[in-house]
Structures are given as C-alpha cells and as structure tokens.
Design a protein around this ligand. Structure first.
Ligand code: HEC
Ligand code: HEC
Ligand code: HEC
Ligand code: HEC
Length: 253
C-alpha cells in the first residue's frame, strides 16, 4: 500500500514537472510553424509545406532545416540532411583572426555546421528559402515572399556602421570579431593549449562537432530546445552564462 502511495506521488510530481525541461525545438525561437513563437510566421507559418504535385499542405517545423530525402550535400551545408538554402556567402567568410592573436594555439580553421546557422543569420538567404523551393520534394507555400531573420544578422560584421532593422544584410561576412568558430579543439590541445578541459569533460562530447571536434555556433547554442539550459537561460545556451559556466565548460581559467 505504501509502495502504491509512493508511486502515485511520483506520478503526480512528474505530471507537475515544467514542460520547459523537455528539450525540443517546438515553441522555441526556431519554431517557424503557425503555432510557434516566431512572430512573422504566426499568420502563415514558414514551416507550412505543399506536397509535390498536390494541393494539400502540412506543417513540419523540422523541414525548414532538415528533410529526409534529396537533402543538400553535406559538403555544402555542413549540417545533416539540410533542406535550407545554403548561404550565398559561404565561400567569403573571413574567419577568426588567428594571426592577430598572440596566444592562439589552434591550427587551420574550417567552418563546420556554423555555415548552416549562418544560412539564416548572415542575412543573405531568407528563412523560407528551402531546397524544396528549387523544385525538390515539397515546396514552401510562402516561397514567393522572402522572409529574412530580423535583427539577428549581427553575428557577422562589416566595416562601417551596422544599421539595425529588417534584413537582409548581404555582405556581412566578417567573423573575426567573434569567438573562434571552425577551430579544432583537439588541435588546440595538441598545439600546446594546456588550459582547455579534457574532451571528455562534462558536456564537451556534445559541444564539440564533427570528426575534428570543432567549436561551432551549436557548441554554445542548442537550438533544438525550448529555452536554454533551464527556463531562465536565454538564447538557447547549452549552459548558463551565470558564473561564467558556459566559458568554463572549455576554458580552465
Ligand atoms: C532552424 C534550423 C533547424 C531546425 C528547425 C531543426 N534543426 Fe536539427 N539541426 C540544425 C543544425 C544547424 C544542426 C547541426 C548543428 C548541431 O549539431 O546542432 C542540426 C542537427 C540536427 C541533428 C544531428 C545532431 C544531433 O544533435 O543529433 C538532428 C538529429 C536534428 N538536427 C534533428 C532535428 C529535428 C528532428 C528537428 C525538428 C523537431 C530539427 N532538427 C529542427 C538546424 C535545425
Ligand atoms: C566549446 C568550447 C568553448 C567554449 C564554450 C568557449 N570557448 Fe573560448 N575558445 C575555445 C577554443 C578551442 C579556443 C581556441 C583556443 C586556443 O587558441 O588554443 C577558444 C578561444 C577563445 C579566446 C581567444 C584565445 C586566443 O588565444 O586567441 C577567448 C578570449 C575565449 N575563447 C573566450 C571565451 C569566452 C569568454 C567564452 C564564454 C562566453 C568561451 N570562450 C567559450 C573553446 C571554447
Ligand atoms: C563561445 C560561445 C558562443 C558561440 C561559439 C556563438 N555564440 Fe551566439 N551567443 C553566445 C552568448 C553567450 C550569447 C548571449 C550573450 C550576448 O548577447 O552576447 C549569444 C548571443 C547570440 C544571439 C543573440 C544576439 C542578440 O543580440 O540578442 C544570436 C542570434 C547568436 N548568438 C547566434 C550565434 C551564431 C549564429 C553563432 C555562430 C555563427 C554563434 N552565436 C556562436 C555565445 C556564443
Ligand atoms: C531557418 C533560418 C534559421 C536558421 C538555420 C538558424 N536560425 Fe537562429 N534564428 C532565426 C530567426 C528568424 C531568429 C529570430 C527568432 C525570433 O525573433 O523569435 C533566430 C534567433 C536566434 C537566436 C536568439 C533567440 C533564441 O531563441 O535563441 C539564437 C541564439 C540563434 N538564432 C542561434 C542560431 C544557431 C546557433 C543556429 C544554428 C545551429 C541557428 N540560429 C540557425 C533563424 C534561423
């Protein structure tokens, strides 16, 4: 009997758990479906697609970025089963100014999945510009009207003044004023940086991307979740910035 009460109590506790603890993109800033939180998508839904050759539509928030068939090549998108149009500026990014740093220990820099994030965040490609829009698989029902990421194209910079407001910010390809991206963590360690955590430390196995274990946008931001590390952590950050926790995941400082 006591066991049953405990089980019931456990069930009640689980039912009361806040839904934010569920790691999902649904309801996050990257949910572009009509029920998602992205304002401009609410009326039409950028994640609403039309079956090829048919008239009926369906909503698939994942499909803005991923598609099960006929995806972009991995080499062009650097993200799995990519369905979003790659950035038209991908070949012109100016990466971290490693020569301008007296302490940089990494080797050469090759951008990985950051390129996929930048396909929206550099302002060169509209959010609703999918590979489907090129005639592959389903097409986005809004493919006619380009919708750009609003004020968030600021991760790339350009000489001159940045004017906040509606995109696109084509020509913003300078990543030198950002935390190094596309840098191999293991190359930094073997290059003599003894103030980086072991690659097995805490969340690092999840944060370092690809075979070269590079640092990418997705090392710090996990967009596949409603909020950040907890309900109070913004920007989909994997770890809270409070107390420097995010930085200390990698840097022993
Ligand atoms: C706004 C774009 C976007 C949307 C929407 C999106 N993803 Fe992703 N996804 C990415 C990017 C970029 C990566 C590669 C970077 C990374 O590792 O997070 C990725 C990586 C992945 C991976 C491989 C890495 C891993 O963490 O396992 C899976 C699986 C995945 N996504 C599934 C999904 C599913 C399922 C949905 C819908 C519920 C979804 N994604 C929605 C952008 C998106
Ligand atoms: C996913 C791991 C990771 C996270 C998280 C991370 N860094 Fe880094 N960071 C690196 C790596 C790897 C380098 C290149 C290290 C090297 O040069 O040996 C680097 C480089 C740097 C550099 C430049 C070092 C140089 O010599 O040029 C600074 C400064 C820095 N990070 C600060 C931060 C801060 C502040 C945070 C938190 C907001 C942070 N990092 C979060 C991995 C990370
Ligand atoms: C080393 C960790 C780290 C990396 C790598 C990183 N970010 Fe961030 N990003 C942060 C932190 C921390 C914040 C929140 C604090 C702030 O606004 O500076 C942030 C803020 C943002 C914001 C919100 C800006 C605003 O004004 O509110 C966007 C959008 C963003 N990042 C996108 C990106 C993209 C895209 C990339 C890759 C091209 C990237 N980030 C790489 C740590 C990182
Ligand atoms: C399909 C286009 C698209 C892709 C791909 C994309 N973003 Fe975004 N992102 C947006 C838009 C649009 C917003 C603004 C959302 C809003 O206003 O609510 C945004 C907002 C953000 C924010 C701030 C708000 C939040 O909810 O976290 C961060 C951080 C961010 N993106 C990081 C990333 C990272 C990292 C990647 C790659 C893993 C990525 N984005 C890929 C379109 C995109």
């Amino acid at each position: 009997m006591k066991k049953l009460t405990m089980l019931l109590a456990l069930g009640a506790t689980m039912a009361l758990m806040p839904s934010v603890s569920k790691a999902t993109i649904i309801g996050s800033g990257h949910d572009f479906s009509p029920t998602g939180s992205y304002g401009p998508a609410k009326t039409n839904g950028l994640a609403r697609f039309v079956w090829g050759g048919e008239t009926n539509t369906y909503n698939n928030p994942c499909q803005v970025c991923h598609i099960p068939h006929k995806a972009q090549t991995y080499a062009s998108a650097k993200a799995p089963l990519w369905n979003h149009a790659p950035s038209s500026q991908a070949s012109s990014y100016i990466t971290y100014d490693s020569a301008g740093s007296a302490s940089y220990k990494g080797g050469s820099i090759t951008l990985g999945s950051s390129i996929a994030c930048l396909s929206c965040h550099d302002g060169s490609v509209a959010i609703n510009q999918t590979a489907g829009g090129n005639g592959k698989n389903a097409t986005n029902s809004l493919s006619g009207a380009a919708v750009y990421a609003p004020t968030f194209s600021i991760e790339t910079a350009k000489a001159g003044t940045f004017a906040s407001g509606a995109g696109p910010y084509v020509g913003f390809t300078d990543l030198t004023q950002m935390h190094p991206l596309g840098v191999s963590y293991t190359a930094c360690v073997s290059g003599g940086d003894d103030e980086l955590q072991a690659t097995t430390y805490d969340l690092l196995p999840k944060m370092l991307k690809g075979a070269s274990k590079t640092v990418e946008c997705a090392s710090c931001h996990d967009i596949h979740r409603t909020t950040g590390a907890s309900a109070t952590v913004s920007h989909s950050l994997i770890v809270d910035l409070e107390g420097g926790a995010l930085c200390l995941e990698c840097h022993k400082k």
